[in-house]
Design a protein. Structure first.
Length: 115
């Protein structure tokens, strides 16, 4: 765990978060500034900075994040209407928290790209 990392601190419970899913590998919690009716962040419990820092041994873990996203889309009732998964990577993409995460966004009609 990276001590100063915001998401590591949410995962450990040091900072409160609205946690909607947790297992041995991943945690999901609601985004503090939702961009749509459903906006959940799915993160590995293990600290990884970004996609750029992934190693081949992380492949199963990253697949698991997508699996959790699909389950949460169902439980949020947005799986039929559709939803978007976003992973911003680096400054140009607007990544602000350097603990890799998947945004699950849905519950409204979206344009593409978001800009
Ligand atoms: P990024 O810009 O790195 O792709 O996404 C970071 C996300 O974390 C943003 O959507 C932002 O609203 C969310 N966020 C930032 N600080 C907090 C916080 O303290 N709690 C929660 N739940 N979300 C946060
Ligand atoms: Zn972290």
């Amino acid at each position: 765990m990276a001590d100063a990392c915001l998401f590591c601190r949410i995962i450990s419970g040091e900072i409160p978060g609205t946690i909607v899913f947790r297992d041995e590998q991943a945690t999901a919690f609601r985004d503090i500034n939702p961009a749509a009716p459903t906006h959940i962040l799915i993160v590995p419990n293990k600290h990884i900075d970004s996609v750029s820092a992934l190693e081949s041994k992380d492949e199963q873990l990253i697949g698991h994040l997508f699996s959790v996203a699909g389950q949460l889309a169902k439980s949020e009732g947005i799986d039929q209407g559709g939803y978007r998964l976003i992973t911003n990577t680096g400054a140009d993409a607007g990544q602000t928290v350097f603990h890799i995460h998947v945004h699950l966004i849905g519950g409204q009609r979206m344009k593409h790209p978001t800009g």
